[in-house]
Design a protein around this ligand. Structure first.
Ligand code: ASP
Ligand code: MG
Length: 423
């Protein structure tokens, strides 16, 4: 008998029919003799609707910042609805089920409303529920803080609930059910040749998720990596006749075998990036240091930074940031530059997409940059900035050329041909 954690996202429980389909799936797992813990998201667009409702009532578009506690109280209601309905639907299948709020499941978080981090999962009542022979349904995305307040884990946080439960309970399997059958080499809606990745490492998945792959919450992947929990991402819309899920979706695991020959595992991207070019600054370490400190204090996160000498002795600093931060970052650069003794023209380029080429196969392998640049040159896409980690290369390109760049890179690295991560 295995202990299985199954997570169902909002679209998987988006209607009464979907709730019943999920209930049938959970009931089958239980009847096979497994202990089943379910983490469930709010139905469909419930969370968005609740946020809109809060905006309508307060007339403010910053309601989460103004009423963080009440916002958490409000949003946790979404998962209360789905968990109770799912429990009823499972009982209708003849299998016992009991729903628990994050607080009842003793998912203890810090005190950061709307973006809390889990500090401990006690899960006594989850274990009691399993011991009583019932399926335990836990509301996703929420917990109770060390100050006994209701908290939420940030948008998309139900994945994190599931992985945290799997870690705490020592689950044999953690299955994340969503509306696509796993992680793809690139977004299949934009790159028709995209393929499902059968296996991917936690580290690669973390890069993909942070770089914009929508399927999994990055924090959940990070937690899976730290606790060594394998996570299978798969579709709740596909039924496997014998319910053998082991060949479906994508397995996120420590050391996927058989992908040694591939340079890249996948490509992810996101929009809304910008580049700030600050000219005429004094040379030396003081300049980037003061700039970075001031930006950090203002909560502006800097992605890439370069400093190059200018004719005449000064330096030009280029920073890439989120588009939303451009106005603030510009003011800060102006202020810091002036305090440093002078600043020249400041130019902002907005409308950039950030493309991340991800793959542990690129580690220590020469020519990956070269291949990426050659490919982009061949389709005439300009690269605005680059950065790298040991398993990824990130390129900033104009967002009106993003799809073209993605398709060219996907084909250029052979991702449409290769059986990515095949075993
Ligand atoms: N319902 C929450 C959201 O949409 C949590 C989740 O779905 O994971 O952000
Ligand atoms: Mg949701």
């Amino acid at each position: 008998m295995a202990l299985v954690v199954q997570k169902f996202g909002g679209s998987s429980v988006g209607s009464p029919e979907r709730v019943r389909a999920v209930a049938a799936r959970v009931a089958r797992a239980r009847r096979r003799g497994d202990d089943v813990v379910v983490a469930v998201s709010a139905m469909g667009d419930t969370t968005d609707d609740l946020i809109m409702l809060a905006g309508a009532v307060t007339g403010s578009d910053k309601v989460a910042a103004e009423h963080p506690r009440e916002m958490d109280m409000l949003l946790t209601a979404g998962e209360r609805i789905s968990m109770a309905l799912l429990a009823m639907a499972i009982c209708r299948e003849g299998v016992e089920a009991r729903s628990l709020t994050g607080s009842q499941a003793a998912i203890i978080t810090d005190q950061t409303h709307t973006a809390a981090r889990i500090v401990e999962v006690r899960a006594e009542r989850v274990r009691e529920t399993l011991d009583a022979g019932a399926v335990a349904i836990v509301a996703g995305f929420q917990g109770v803080s060390t100050a006994r307040e209701i908290t939420t884990l940030g948008r998309g946080g139900s994945d994190t609930t599931a992985v945290a439960l799997a870690c705490a309970l020592g689950a044999d399997r953690c299955e994340i059910y969503t509306d696509v059958d796993g992680i793809f080499t690139c977004d299949p809606r934009r790159v028709p040749g995209a393929r499902r990745i059968p296996r991917i490492s936690h580290a690669e998945m973390l890069e993909m998720a942070t770089a914009g792959a929508q399927v999994m919450h990055a924090r959940a992947v990070d937690m899976g990596a730290r606790y060594g929990v394998d996570i299978r991402v798969l579709s709740s819309f596909v039924d496997t006749p014998d319910d053998d899920e082991s060949s479906r979706g994508t397995l996120i695991t420590k050391n996927p075998t058989g992908m040694e020959d591939l340079v890249l595992t996948g490509i992810a991207s996101s929009r809304g990036h910008a580049k700030l070019i600050i000219r005429g600054l004094p040379a030396g370490m003081r300049t980037p240091t003061d700039l970075l400190v001031a930006l950090a204090e203002a909560g502006v996160s800097v992605d890439m930074i370069t400093e190059t000498p200018e004719v005449g002795g000064g330096v030009v600093v280029q920073l890439t940031i989120r588009e939303d931060d451009v106005v603030r970052a510009r003011e800060i650069a102006e202020r810091v530059g002036t305090a440093l003794g002078g600043v020249g023209a400041i130019e902002a380029r907005t409308g950039l997409a950030r493309i991340a080429l991800v793959g542990s196969g690129m580690h220590g392998r020469p020519g990956v940059y070269a291949a990426a640049f050659r490919t982009l040159l061949s389709v005439g896409v300009e690269v605005e900035a680059v950065s790298t980690s040991s398993i990824s290369i990130t390129l900033l390109v104009p967002d009106d050329r993003e799809d073209e760049a993605l398709r060219a890179l996907h084909a250029g690295f052979g991702l449409d041909r290769a059986v990515a991560g095949a075993v």
